[in-house]
Design a protein around this ligand. Structure first.
Ligand code: AMP
Ligand code: MN
Ligand code: MN
Length: 324
């Protein structure tokens, strides 16, 4: 995987970069953004890390996580926002994935944009686009960008990139776990990332309330024709004093069942409005399922928000999945 010269020259020739994650940020978008920011700083660049949402608390172990700004506090950053004319989208390829309220971006003086992503569903955004749907994680692509820029991998960069790759490969278990990704993980380990510590942070650091929400979620399980459906309502969050961040990764658990090909998790956002997460084991392309409702993602991990009453939403999803 070789980053395009145009992208490397963009990083070499410009000085100020606004680095943006996708909404509801996960380990890949966060770790990739932080590692890129650290590398650019090493070659004298200024970076501004922007997040639509607060960094979920389970990612507070990522070195530098406190440097993210949300749209609400960009004015307090101490930076002159007008200096930022270049935006880099990480782990997404359209501003619609960065924020619902793009008016905030007018605080910056944005003129050119770059996209570094691995999603299968693409929008035509970005002056410089490096999108590799076969890449297991954006973190892997950032690893090659850092190498190509001639920056030595610091321990902090390595931890961020290892976490990014671990999250998107299901801790090196999913079908996207290639020999290449394992070699890069070994290089990151040599550079100071400690696999067992990162795995403990990612997978064995739940709060008790999160675990209680998980129990409630598992109790909503419905199975139909190899499709598992679980639901999280606002009431369940209130009863367990948890937040939507706590739901991350719940959708992957029904994959544990041998005959389940697709796992669907519906999170109630509002009355008759659901955030849908889709995961598949192999044959079914859930990016296409999500795209049919206006969302997107990868072949085996995708998402979309859908309006409608819950039974109608479920029925539409089942029909769409069966047609794949
Ligand atoms: P999630 O279920 O939110 O964890 O998302 C699974 C994958 O699909 C992630 O890689 C997301 O970045 C992507 N994704 C989620 N929602 C959307 C959307 N509305 N449009 C495009 N990609 C999405
Ligand atoms: Mn992501
Ligand atoms: Mn990703």
């Amino acid at each position: 995987m070789v980053p395009p010269a145009e992208l490397l020259n963009f990083f070499r020739n410009e000085d100020y970069f606004l680095i943006a994650t996708h909404m509801s940020p996960d380990g890949d978008t966060l770790g990739s953004s932080l590692a890129l920011s650290l590398a650019l700083q090493k070659i004298g660049k200024k970076t501004f890390l922007l997040n639509n949402d607060m960094v979920p608390k389970e990612y507070a172990f990522l070195p530098g996580y406190e440097r993210f700004h949300t749209f609400e506090n960009i004015q307090d950053s101490g930076y002159r926002l007008q200096d930022f004319k270049r935006i880099v989208l990480i782990d997404c390829n359209d501003l619609d994935r960065v924020t619902d309220d793009k008016s905030w971006l007018s605080n910056f003086n944005l003129q050119t944009s770059a996209v570094i992503d691995h999603h299968e569903t693409e929008k035509p955004f970005g002056d410089i686009r490096w999108i590799i749907p076969d890449s297991p994680a954006t973190g892997l692509m950032i690893f090659y960008v850092i190498k190509a820029l001639g920056v030595d991998l610091s321990e902090d960069m390595a931890i961020n990139l290892y976490a990014a790759i671990a999250v998107d490969t299901g801790n090196f278990r999913y079908g996207n776990t290639t020999s290449e990704v394992l070699h890069v993980a070994a290089d990151l380990t040599d550079a100071g990332a400690r696999p067992h510590i990162i795995s403990t942070e990612l997978y064995e650091s739940w709060t008790e309330s999160r675990f209680r929400l998980f129990i409630k979620t598992l109790n909503t399980l419905q199975i139909e024709d190899g499709i598992a459906i679980t639901t999280v309502t606002r009431k369940m969050l209130a009863e367990t004093s948890t937040s939507p961040d706590d739901i991350e990764n719940f959708v992957s658990y029904p994959r544990t069942i041998k005959d389940i090909n697709v796992s669907v998790l519906l999170r109630e956002i509002d009355d008759n409005y659901y955030k849908v997460s889709l995961r598949s084991k192999d044959s079914i392309n859930v990016a296409r399922v999500a795209a049919a409702f206006g969302g997107g993602g990868h072949k085996s991990a995708a998402g979309v928000r859908i309006k409608g009453d819950i039974e109608t939403v479920k029925a539409k999803l089942i029909k769409q999945i069966k047609s794949e």
